[in-house]
Every structure is written in structure tokens, then in C-alpha cells.
Design a binder for this molecule. Structure first.
Ligand code: SAH
Length: 336
């Protein structure tokens, strides 16, 4: 049985002709009723994939330390917008806030803003952050423009729609003679570009330039541009065909970190590998501190989580971290 969204995609293609990959992805993830992120909670062991904040609290704690340090470098401003894009279950923000609770004055200065399109995930975030005041936005453009800010996004950029070229032709999703969904053209070297993603980062950077502050994006991807098809679908922790399970599988593409920086006229830190970034922030020490107060089973979990986050054959190398920053005080974001 095709999913309801597959039928919608078919009808659109019949009416308007083949659909650009960006439009296909936007529908698959964001259709108000049937979109992948709009209808459920995809995270965790029972879900489709596990993200770094769901692997271990150590991840968010390190980002919390990073953010508090940056706020101090900014001269501890009285107001700071703490913005997270695509917060999932709200775990990362909860860990950031818990880890930075004892930094004098930091929480008093913070206003928490979440950019999230999914009503279901907003509900999860509300639960995770019940003890804090939180403002939600559909779009980054809605975040206040008059205070310095720190912007965080983990596995957010990879979820933004992208496009592919085969030669000079933009690749689309069409229908074959049997009305099955296919890519057109089917063959040839694929080049990817991500105008929405790059424009989103440019928008964040122009805000940083006007308001002061920094942004941190963590995602999987490559440091240098090159050919290759990185469009992927994940369902139940397995790779599946990107044109099947529409609305029931997560769709992403690898982030091209070189392209992200193009035309950016503020400070850029990295990209560095996630493992190196977390090690530089002291994740090993923090894990040992946690382990001292833990029982045998917990120590095992802490160790496993640590290695999953930093080891090169796990998330440590594939995931990269990039920072963007601008302020009238000289900033040196930690971890790079
Ligand atoms: N940062 C979280 C979740 C990553 S999944 C974690 O690390 O666990 C991607 C998140 O981005 C989800 O919360 C999804 O609903 C949100 N999202 C995806 N595209 C979006 C868009 N265009 N606008 C706002 N939120 C979006």
C-alpha cells in the first residue's frame, strides 16, 4: 500500500510534471498532515534514528559549557537569546540548561527560543523544558532581532531541502510507464547543492552581524565540495529507498561545509570533527566525573555514550562542527 503522501506526490506529478528534489523533500518531511516530522516522534531506540543528544547527556553538557563560555567572552550581556533550530525532543536544550545552571547570571540573561515546525515535537519540547519559559517560532526569521544571540542546530541543516544536478540538468522525481516514482534523469554523475540551507546560514550570519553572538551547527557531511549522491532515507535504523515510505522515513543529505561558508563575512570556526570538538571541551574529564558517582551499570552507559559520540568509527569523524561569530568584543569560540 502506498502511503497517503505517496499518492499526493503522484497526483502533483501528474498535474504539474516531475518535481524538484527540494520540493519532494519539503513535502515528505513537512506536509502539514502526513509529513514525517509533522506526525510523530522519530527519535530513540524504538524510532528511526538516534541523535547525539539522545545518545548521552554528555553531548548537551559540552554545548552548555561552550555557550556559557561564549556569553562570558561577550562580556556577560544582560540579555541573550538562546536559539535552537530543530530541537527534536528538547533533550539538547534541557542538557545545555542543566549544565550551565551554576554559571552566575547566565540563566537570568537567557531567553529561550525554539525554531520548530512540528506540532508533535513542540509538545515533546514543552515537556522536556517544562521548568523554563520558552518561545516557539515557525521560522528563524521570527526570532527577536534586538539582542545578542547564541544559535544552536544539531542535525538541523541536513533536514533542510536540497537539490541535485546531473550534468546541467536539475534532477527531479517523476513517474515511469508503470506510474512508479523514479528520478529523472536516472543516470550520470550527481552534484548536490543546497540553496535553502546556505541561505538559512547566511540569514543567521547577517543576524549575528547585526546583533552580535555566535552560531554552532553540528551535522554529518563533508569538509570539501565534491560530486556524489548523498540523498538518504532512514527508517527503523536502516537505510531504505528514498522514494519509498514517503512520510514514514527520515530524508536527509550530507551537509557541504565548504559551501556553507561561501560568502559569509563574519568569523568562521572549523569545521572540525565532532570527536575533536568534544574532546577539546573536556568531555573525557566530564565523563570521569560522572562515573565517580555512578554504579557499575551507569559507568558502562557513560563509557558507551562517550565512545559513540567521539570515536572515529562511530559519530566522532562523520559529524562535523562549524561555528559562526561576530561581536564588538573579540570572540574565540571554544573547542576549535
Ligand atoms: N536536534 C534534534 C533533532 C534533529 S531532527 C536532535 O539532535 O535530536 C530535525 C529537527 O528539525 C526536528 O525537530 C524537525 O522537526 C525540525 N525541522 C526540520 N525541518 C525544519 C524546518 N524547515 N523548520 C523548522 N524545523 C524543522
Amino acid at each position: 500500500m502506498p502511503s497517503p503522501l505517496e499518492e499526493i506526490v503522484r497526483q502533483k506529478i501528474r498535474a504539474d510534471g516531475p518535481m524538484l528534489i527540494g520540493a519532494f523533500m519539503a513535502l515528505a518531511l513537512g506536509h502539514p498532515e502526513h509529513g514525517y516530522y509533522m506526525k510523530g516522534d522519530p527519535f530513540g531506540r524504538a524510532g528511526d534514528f538516534v541523535t547525539a543528544p539522545e545518545v548521552s547527556q554528555l553531548f548537551g553538557e559540552m554545548i552548555g559549557v561552550w555557550a556559557a563560555d561564549l556569553w562570558m567572552q561577550m562580556g556577560a550581556p544582560e540579555r541573550l537569546a538562546m536559539v535552537e533550530c530543530g530541537p527534536g525532543r528538547g533533550t539538547l536544550m534541557a542538557d545545555i540548561l542543566r549544565a550551565s545552571r551554576n554559571v552566575a547570571g547566565f540563566h537570568d540573561a537567557l531567553r529561550i527560543h525554539l525554531v520548530e515546525m512540528s506540532p508533535v515535537l513542540r509538545g515533546k519540547q514543552r515537556e522536556a523544558l517544562a521548568e523554563y519559559e520558552v518561545v516557539w517560532h515557525e521560522d528563524f526569521k521570527g526570532v527577536p532581532g534586538d539582542v545578542p544571540m547564541i544559535v544552536i542546530g544539531n542535525e538541523f541543516l541536513d533536514a533542510l531541502p536540497f537539490e541535485q544536478y546531473v550534468g546541467d540538468v536539475q534532477r527531479k522525481v517523476g513517474l515511469d510507464e508503470d506510474a512508479q516514482l523514479v528520478f529523472v534523469p536516472m543516470e550520470g554523475d550527481v552534484y548536490e547543492f543546497a540553496p535553502y540551507r546556505n541561505d538559512f546560514v547566511k540569514c543567521v550570519c547577517s543576524r549575528l552581524k547585526a546583533q552580535g553572538g555566535a552560531a554552532l551547527f553540528i551535522d554529518y557531511g563533508h569538509v570539501h565540495s565534491g560530486p556524489g549522491d548523498t540523498f538518504q532515507a532512514i527508517k527503523g535504523h536502516e537505510y531504505v529507498d528514498v522514494l519509498s515510505h514517503i512520510g514514514d522515513a527520515d530524508l536527509t543529505s550530507h551537509v557541504n561545509f565548504e559551501a556553507l561558508q561561501r560568502g559569509v563575512d563574519i568569523g568562521v570556526a572549523g569545521p572540525v570533527e565532532q570527536g575533536d570538538f568534544l574532546r577539546a571541551l573536556g568531555i573525557g574529564l566530564r565523563a570521569r566525573m560522572l562515573a565517580e558517582k555512578a554504579d557499575v551499570q551507569q559507568v558502562d552507559m557513560i563509557e558507551k555514550g562517550l565512545h559513540r559520540l567521539i570515536d572515529s568509527d562511530q559519530m566522532g569523524s562523520l559529524f562535523k562542527v562549524i561555528g559562526f561569530y561576530y561581536h564588538d568584543k573579540p570572540l574565540a569560540p571554544a573547542g576549535f
